[in-house]
Write a protein of this length. Sequence first.
Length: 741
Amino acid sequence: MIEFPESLVEDLAPFADLGTEPPRATQNEDGIVIRLVRNGTEFTLRFATDGRIVEQSELGERLHLSFRALLASASFTDLGRWADSQQAFLRSRVQAETIPIVGAISGNGGECTVQHFDDYLDDCWRDRPQPRSVIAVIDGPAGIGKTGLIRSLAFKRAESYRRTQRPLILHVESRGRMLQNITDLMAFSLQTLKIFVTYDQIPVLVRHGLVTLVVDGFDELGDPSGYELAWAQVNELVQSARGGGTLIFAGRETFINRDRILKAIPAIDLSVDRLEDFSLTGVSPAIARDWLHTQGWTGENLDSEAVRPLFEEGSYALRPFFLSELARPGVQQQVAAGEVEELLSFLIAAMVEREAGKFGGDVDAVTTSAQRTQFISRLMEEVARDLAENQAGAIQVETLSWLVEAVCDEFLPKEVTGILKNRAGVIAFLTDDDRRGYRKFIHEYVYNYYLSKSFISSVIDGELTKYIRRNIFGVDFLECFSEVCRNLSQENVDALVKSALNMISTAGDHDRARGNLAAMVISACSAVTPTAIPVIADVSVEEAYVAETMSEIILKNVFIGQMHARSADFRNVKFEGDCSISTLIADDGTVPAIKIPMPAVLALPDKTLRKPEDVLEWFNGQAWTFDADDQFSIDDLLSKLEPFNLLARIVRHKGFWLKDCEERTARRILDDPNWELVKQLLDEHNLLTMRLDVQASGGSAPFYHVKNKAALRDLKHPPKEVWPFLQKLLSESLRIFREDK
């Protein structure tokens, strides 16, 4: 008589019909017999001592070589049909994503493709003791290709399923709601594939290595108290998958990482479980240029002075989303003409301009180009707001029509409303959702851009919207928000900050409004300078984003859960009273505030520090700059030697070009009295690209681009290629300092 596995009945229970008796098991000398009713048919399963299973029903008798084979069979989950449905569903999506996706697998070094990642996961799964879970993390910034990687992996597995028998992928995506149940998302994904598998069967299939569950956009799964609920659900998933399961989590690199996964998911036991990560790196400059060439870009434009700096390491243009947008018709001419300053705003403006010309003669006859452009922007703002208010990822076509009417009533003739309703559904900013009759933004970047514009308008008007009161704004939104603020007039900057500070002081603590508004003000100060110094007091901020050279701001009794400060100079942030930072995300280019509260956790690109003495050692080391005859502290170097202070602002300026015209943020640099000296030295050391742009008035304006900004931000251990420049700048700065004294 064989030993009866107690889990056998539990594994089969989700496959029994509702309203019928649960599976019943009996045992005899020949093995185990289990009976259940499935799809209206009574099944008898005989488990022999050699592991084989005989399935008997009115449909006949079938032999299965293992329990995994039984679960995969047509009588149960019919994984062959799953594979066929998934191929059909993903084929057009994967074929449209022709940009190569590359990354690095933990501990292996070098770049790896989707195929390498697939093979590596399979090796991890096969080389395992039992019971065990394999946890894989896919991390990277927004637009880097995480969703594209998952789709490609799912398609490969489905396409080759009958040959390789590798576990199929269930791709679970956040649908825009903050308070979520992962099982709801699993059910939606299964419904989309139109297969007869239910969400409660998925843990069984994962546990037996038949399905790999992928949670995409995990950093978006939160609740009003933070991310506790989402982590708890994942912990339960890991426990239920233990046996032979693989789980993959994808999210931004500052949220999903090995250290945080181990801390937040206690169910992971590294003595048996395996934890791996696949960090997406974006494409190389050479691959980006070659790909654009296949999309119609000319060699002349790719090699022009205006375009070459676009493909430096670390550029947003190397992320698949931006690269695909650069391939749209007409964009290369605008880029080659030097019109790019900030990439996202440029690409969206180019799209709006194209869409404004597609409404047809009837609309063109009674509207101006400016009105059509305004209509598109206002409509997209309203769509973004509707999605945020309803915590949804897509909008119904009927709702979109109502929004068109509302926007038309503001400033367009009523006779064009019907035409615009028909046209709204095919505006390039929106695409079909997986649900019939729904539309969604083509990318999270575009959604965040228009939500930022909607937020700014609402706050300036004194409106405390529902989504400000209850949503969680992550770093991807905050980064986009700061870029949108860059294009505001000084009048609007001051109005935005003043209104936000008023709301912070009057709103209650019963929702997320005060924290979100505080995060917005901090983020705005990364890109703009309010006339009056903002003071934020007695508030808790879930996530804060600082970048570039922060303008002055005072934080009193402020708690920050996670502060993103990679390569940021935030000496102008004044911490007063009882302030605290739970986690600081930094790198060698970070210049922290002088009296910053020591964070409990310091997350660096290559390690995470938790011991107070280790965190303090990093801060002490960060306070001193590169070795010279007289070693300088960072504070002395940047506060007393003005040319270095200017350099720090230049290499943190996110604008693609410094334009010698009326652009406000560039003027803060170009009007500095030390600009000519710094420019001369940058040029002498081949660190500056300069071009002339012919103006409509007949004159010309110089455009400047500083090369190798990342190296110049690191004043602690600068790479040797920029050392001669820094030494020369130091000697000239000291000369000026001594002369002034």
